[in-house]
Design a protein around this ligand. Sequence first.
Ligand SMILES: [Zn+2]
Length: 699
Amino acid sequence: MPSFRPRAGVTPSTESTATMNPLLDFSGLPRYSEVKPEQVTPAVDQLLGENRALVETLCGPSTPPTWEAFVAPMEDANERLSRAWGQVSHLHSVLDSPELREVYNANLPRITQYYAELGQHQGLFLKFKALAASAAYAALSPARRKIVDNELRDFRLGGAELPEADKPRFMAIQEELSKHSAKFEENLLDATNAWSKFITDEAELAGLPDDAKAMFREMAEADGSLANTPGFKLNLQAPSFMPILQYCENRGLREEMYRAYTTRASEYGAETLDNTPLIARILELRAEAARLLGFASYAQVSLEPKMAETPAEVLDFLENLATRAKPYAERDMAELRDYAAKELSLTDLQAWDVAFASEKLREARYAFSENEVKQYFPEPRALAGLFRVIETLYGLDIREDAAPVWHEDVKFFAIRDRSGQLIGQFYLDLYARDTKRGGAWMDDAITRRRKGEAIQTPVAYLNCNFTRPVGGKPALLTHDDVITLFHEFGHGLHHLLTRVEDLGVSGINGVEWDAVELPSQFMENFCWEWDVVKHMTGHVDTGEPLPRDLFDKMLAAKNFQAGMQTVRQIEFALFDMHLHHDLPPGKTALDLLREIRQRVAVVHPPEYNRFPNNFSHIFAGGYAAGYYSYKWAEVLSADAYSLFEENGQLSGVLNPDIGHRFWSEILAQGGARPAIESFKAFRGREPTIDALLRHNGMA
Ligand SMILES: [Zn+2]
């Protein structure tokens, strides 16, 4: 049943065509059973036309700079576009077809262009400024003031406040940067694909699992140049490179591939694919853009919309974590060297031996079969266990519900409070399909907001790529799958349990980028809690719960080499932050990385290693001066979870009192207030790194 009341004040044209084009019907849940590719372009045409006309009206002198006259209609219009286009891009992700892909690709640049126009629109900027300067601003709710502040901040960072004389240069920098970032990624891809190796003697691949060898054989067969010669083809893509480094007993082959992999897109390969000059140029341009905006470094620009306040705060955080983790990393490394020398006759452990020796040590110490564990996690048990956690912590009920869906695999659920009040709904699409993109993700279908007298309740998509049921048995999830499921539900609950009534900061909207993984990583903790796990397992044949000794082995394996992994992440994060904050003139990125490794790392790669040349997170992705976020969010989520642990001694970790506090201080708040305030309101103090270290066995 559609759960939404009719919208107040919709644009008449939208309403009248709603019955014809389901993408233009915003009265309830998406009508997935009726959506067709040929409806996409007309819907986008109509919405873009209406929205652009509205923007011009709103920027005109007859529109007063108030929430009701200016912000509210803009929000309504953008919500319509994002709901319509959200269905198209969702279908593109989960039920791809040639027809849909064609209309998706044809319309995506139009949508991107529209949002870019809004971001640069001087009229909108001036109107927001007028609103912020008016007496009406002070009377707005904190959530609405936050939305206005966020808008002004984004306009400023986009160059809207620059002197006219500087604007062309600023725009030229942005264009050049996006060109260089794209080229960085292309070079890396081309350099990765430029290398391959054929092997005819299977003995050279000793140690590899059969499925990896089968994959290499298929790759050789697919390559015409090796017709009729039985053999194996290796390349530098992760599914090929990783198993060689991890399992291949042939040390020479490991070294050869390691060298090829770590020198991609550098001066060791084709000059046209060398990323070294791009790195220097990208850093130069980012620094120049930062100067134009009035910041001392690009790192400061990057941190402006984030939870961390200053580069110094991030650097302190990372250095502190490094100091605490380093002794454990050294211990991990000493153990590994010792084991490699005694058991594997590797007396001079090199960078290309680390993954191999680690795998052998892990097997020797924590051997258990993933396949054995899987038998205890049939999907219905795992889901029931997840729902039990949510229902107990927050006093909610989760029941299957009916809605039009895009595929027969998809289930739909409603979350209600104990009085029966609808809180939100979600789609659950768990299995891999060849029409679905990889990975697991949460996306919003409808966001909570007030509409006149009524509340529009939120709806989420939860998507995974688990193995579908076979042989009449339920799907079996690995423990990693279960963790993934909990993680995505953390994002889902952030979206669904919000109590904010304004779109721009409702749910995950407007949440600082380095805090957005708090609720998701928080949920993962429950997968390591015996009291929770024992309730969500039952052997697929016998119904027996997971044996405690098997769980203990899983727990012991969880923190294997946690020290080494931590300092590696810190090395990358320190490199990224210094690079964008205080790289001295005349020093290269590679010089900086070597200095940081001297201090922080326990694995010292060979001189030829050119890691910066393939660090696309920061040169081609959105992680510049943001790589620290991984550890930052882990600290927040571990520290938040530790309050459940502290109070769980008697009653267990599923404590409803603390659950309600987590809900009301963190999940409910969305982006309506700074994440640090939400954290402190929940935890009663500033975050500390102790819980993360303890969870990783480093206390
Ligand atoms: Zn996540």
